[in-house]
Structure formats: structure tokens, C-alpha cells
Design a protein around this ligand. Structure first.
Ligand code: KG4
Ligand code: ZN
Length: 331
């Protein structure tokens, strides 16, 4: 089966074709980062308009790259939520129109299921069951994954998501949007041990996370260091490194706990922050088998939606009626 996947939940327009036996056939992505950069964050209305502009072209390009035409498709999967409602609607209506025209099933997919299953697109896919640490701009959760659709939430952030904290600290250091990767780059030439930061919630039992206090620690430190409202270059690098180091240490402790509590030995790290190399290096020291999505499929993309949709459509699932977008949707 050839399944088209469409992702438009936030500021990336992603389209891909996944074949249920031959694997990923194509992957097209347009990132709107430049559109939103001057506002320092995603502007929902601009995101919707950009999806409208780019999506038809990306679908054509994904079909071309896969060497097929629309009539060769057997199903269309799209991100139904969570995400920005206007952005989601663009993907939903496009997917559904295309499926109706072709007389094939359409299926709304959970964005986080896409992230969770993205490691399946790697050369070394994790066997079930595993613990997933999902760390993105909108979510930070530990999930026990027993199979496709069999998920148990173990814990999550009580305030900011990990990527959100990266982005906010990056912003206070005057780094461009989206801040996470820029902060990671700056941190490479910083001393992670110059500023001591408290690791949030590690002394409390359980698997909940919190990042807003850590962000405040960075803010207080930045204010102390600022001269004429600006943090000097090496100071900023040291602060970035300390923040990143503290996030990595905190997640290391929590991952160890998640593995111990579930008795599982495989850990999957997914979502945009899974691209962070310091975090990867630290988690590699866990006594567990570690899995990641390929770097290109850590951040939002159509391939993970095509994959998750393909598993479900292959099993006979399809939308019933015309389900609407779910901007907030627990997994
Ligand atoms: O999964 P994603 O593309 O979108 C959401 O579903 O949220 O994740 C985007 C988040 C942003 O906060 C971005 O700053 C962060 O992932 N991110 C990183 C890195 N690359 C992306 N954070 C830290 N280090 C990175 N290398
Ligand atoms: Zn995402």
C-alpha cells in the first residue's frame, strides 16, 4: 500500500509517501522558520497561509519523488492534532479532498504518535515494548509503548515543554528563532560547569518534569551578567552550556527511573529536542539500548505521519464521517 502522509500542525509543511512493504519512498519538507523569525515565534495565521501556499506543490513533489501518480495511492494520513487549529485544518481539508477524489480512505493521525513511531524509519528500528521520551517544542512526556496504539503515559512536564524552555532561554540570549538548535551551537564553546543550576524535580518521586524554574535560573543569571542589557559572548556560551547540561542531567536521571519503574531495557528518544547531541551523548551512558529517529525525522515531518497512518490504514482503519481537528488531544 502507498500511503501519503501530510503534516501541518505547526510551522513545517511535510509530505511523504510510505509503502507498507517497501518503506519510505519520498519525503518533502518546507519549513516556515524564516516567516516567523522576525516575530520571535510562530504566528498562527501566517502558518495557515503558508501551508495553503506550499502544500499542493509538496504533494506533487512527494508523488514525483516516489515515482507514482495520485491514482497509485491507497490512503491518505494527515495530522489531526494536537496543534494550531488553522494549520491543522489546511492539512485535514487537503487530505480529505484528495482521498474523496481518489475514492480511498483518509485517516487522522495523532501528531505525537507520529513522533513516537518515527524511530521505525531508521535502519535500526526498536522492537516493542520500549520507553519513549518525547521531547519537542510543545510536549515533554515519558510513555510506555507496547505496540502501535498501545501507549501508557508515565509522566510529563507540569509547565514548559523541553523545546519551549530551550527556545525561551535562547531568546533571552538574543539568539534567532527557533532557538533550540542555535542554543546548542552556542553551548558547544561554553563551559557547562561555570554556572551551577538546580536540576528540577529530581528529588521528587515519579516521572513528571518541570522546566520553567530552570528557565528562570537562566534568566536571573543572564540579568546578573548583562552589561547594557546584553550578555557577553563567552558568558552567553557558558550559560547556554550550563542550561543544556542541566537539562541533559535531569533527563538522564528521569530516563533511568522510567526504565527501572517499567522494567524495560529499550529507550526511544523522539521529538525535536532528540536532535540535541549533548543529550544524546548523556543518554548513551544509560544501561539501556537506545534508539533515535534519523535526524531529519526528529523535528516535525510528513514521513512520521505517513508511517503511523500506514500502520493503521493497513490494519483497516479509516476516518468515520468527517472528524474535526483536535488542537488539544491527549495521546
Ligand atoms: O518536534 P518539533 O519539530 O515540533 C513540535 O512538535 O514541537 O520540535 C521543535 C522543538 C523546538 O523547540 C526546537 O527549538 C527544538 O525542538 N530543537 C532543539 C534542537 N533541535 C530542535 N532543541 C535542542 N537542541 C536541538 N539541537
Ligand atoms: Zn512535533
Amino acid at each position: 500500500m502507498n500511503i501519503l502522509g501530510i503534516e501541518t500542525s505547526c510551522d513545517e509543511t511535510g509530505v511523504a509517501v510510505y509503502h507498507t512493504t517497501r518503506g519510505l519512498r519520498s519525503h518533502q519538507l518546507y519549513t516556515q522558520a524564516a516567516t516567523h523569525a522576525e516575530y520571535g515565534g510562530v504566528v498562527p495565521e501566517l502558518a495557515s497561509r503558508d501551508h495553503v501556499r506550499k502544500l499542493p506543490w509538496l504533494i506533487d513533489a512527494a508523488l514525483d519523488e516516489a515515482g507514482i501518480v495520485a491514482a497509485d495511492l491507497d490512503g491518505v494520513a494527515y495530522t489531526r492534532g494536537p496543534g494550531l487549529v488553522g494549520a491543522l485544518l489546511v492539512g485535514i481539508s487537503t487530505a480529505r479532498g484528495l482521498a474523496a477524489r481518489l475514492g480511498i480512505p483518509a485517516l487522522g493521525v495523532h501528531h505525537l504518535e507520529g513522533h513516537l513511531l518515527a524511530p521505525m524509519l531508521s535502519d535500526n528500528p526498536p522492537p516493542f515494548p520500549f520507553v519513549a521520551l518525547l521531547v519537542s517544542g510543545g510536549h515533554s512526556q515519558f510513555i510506555e509503548v507496547l505496540g502501535v496504539g498501545q501507549y501508557r503515559l508515565l509522566g510529563g512536564t507540569i509547565d514548559d515543554a523541553t523545546g519551549e524552555a530551550f527556545d525561551k532561554v535562547a531568546k533571552l540570549l538574543d539568539l534567532p528563532y527557533p532557538g533550540g538548535p542555535h542554543l546548542a551551537k552556542l553551548a558547544e564553546r561554553g563551559d557547562p560547569l561555570r554556572f551551577k543550576m538546580t536540576r528540577p524535580m529530581v528529588d521528587r518521586p515519579g516521572l513528571d518534569l518541570s522546566f520553567s524554574g530552570l528557565k528562570t535560573q537562566a534568566l536571573v543569571q543572564a540579568k546578573k551578567l548583562a552589561v547594557d542589557g546584553r550578555v557577553g559572548d563567552q558568558d552567553a556560551a557558558d550559560l547556554a552550556a550550563a542550561f543544556e547540561h542541566t537539562v541533559a542531567e535531569t533527563l538522564f536521571i528521569k530516563c533511568k527511573r522510567a526504565l527501572a519503574e517499567t522494567g524495560l531495557t529499550r529507550l526511544v528518544m523522539a521529538g525535536g529536542v532528540a536532535a540535541n547531541l549533548r543529550l544524546r551523548a548523556r543518554l548513551a551512558q544509560l544501561d539501556a539500548e537506545l534508539f533515535y529517529p534519523p535526524l531529519a525525522y526528529c523535528t516535525d515531518n510528513g514521513a512520521m505521519i505517513a508511517y503511523a497512518g500506514a500502520q493503521r490504514i493497513h490494519a483497516g482503519q479509516a476516518d468515520e464521517g468527517y472528524p474535526g481537528p483536535r488542537p488539544r488531544w491527549p495521546l
